[in-house]
Design a protein around this ligand. Sequence first.
Ligand code: SUD
Ligand code: ADP
Length: 312
Amino acid sequence: MTTEAILKHVHVRAPGKINVFLKVGEVMDDGYHDVATAYQAISLYEDVHAYPADDFSVSFSGSVDVSGVPTDTSNLAIRAAKALARRTGYRGGVRLEIEKHVPVAGGMGGGSADAAATLLACDALWGTERSRDDLLALAARLGADVPFALLGGTAVGTGRGDQLSSALAKGQFEWVLALADFGMSTPQVYQELDAHRARHILDISPSGRQPTVDAAVLQALRAGDAHLLGEVLYNDLQAAALQLRPVLGEVLEFGDSQGALGSLVSGSGPTIAFLAADTDDAVELQVTLASYGLKVIRAHGPVHGARIVSQN
Ligand SMILES: C[C@@](CO)(OP(=O)(O)O)[C@H](O)COP(=O)(O)OP(=O)(O)OC[C@H]1O[C@@H](n2ccc(N)nc2=O)[C@H](O)[C@@H]1O
Ligand SMILES: Nc1ncnc2c1ncn2[C@@H]1O[C@H](COP(=O)(O)OP(=O)(O)O)[C@@H](O)[C@H]1O
């Protein structure tokens, strides 16, 4: 049992994500929905710095508004560190400094990236040497999206979204992201979808009981074909997010009219992802959307999962 940190500082970087495809099935016994999603890790990163400490603390800085992020024990990074300490019997703590670049409550998995990076950082800082599988299992208990932030790249997620299998992907996809000045609650968006299905006596999405990722999506990713991927982007939560925030529909429509290959609400929203053919088109679309008054950033994917940048 290790009780003293063996390093003084560990820096881990983990990516945000876009769900390029998300089908939502039935509610399972645990209250979660059975989903089938294709994740792509994108080049918006969370930088987690971990330092030895007697207790657990976290502070935030970065390029996004971090004012709404809790710093108490409800913070996903603190929960991750504590979960690892419990699992390994480590009796010290950690001081976490997190530089955020993934929009908070944006449907892009920023909190999940913080949790994944924290698991990796604390494991190195404390010398607890957990296996990759053990970290993935801990990650799954913290949140449906957390295992993917560890894995990165391109992957299919089933079950809660935490049962992962890596998918082949070629080349690089260019995204233009329209950010909202409000966040959305993931449970609320899932509930809105359930309510809509109940109102319309829709069972679940027409795909049937066990959702799967469409073959065309996997083919587009494998071929690195942005035009094909643009045609098959899909998100079952999109209609629910638009129902809650109708303004998102206008943003989607405007971007589509300006030459995006395809578009969708990322995860539970409100970030909207527009796919561009190449970097030049992405820059052009970014300028157009910004002149429409939107806050816009660019990112590309797939990129790697959580990784140690430095340790000493
Ligand atoms: C919608 C998605 C798409 O990747 O991402 P975000 O938009 O949150 O980034 C995920 O399903 C969210 O993943 P994550 O944000 O990790 O979810 P969790 O913290 O585990 O769960 C939050 C809540 O979302 C609902 N939830 C989540 C996943 C799932 N398969 N079914 C659900 O019903 C549940 O109400 C759960 O209590
Ligand atoms: N480390 C964290 N970073 C961001 N949000 C966090 C964190 N820990 C807990 N949260 C809470 O989780 C909510 C959703 O976080 P986030 O991961 O940014 O969005 P999403 O689930 O939409 O991808 C936030 O509104 C915040 O209250």
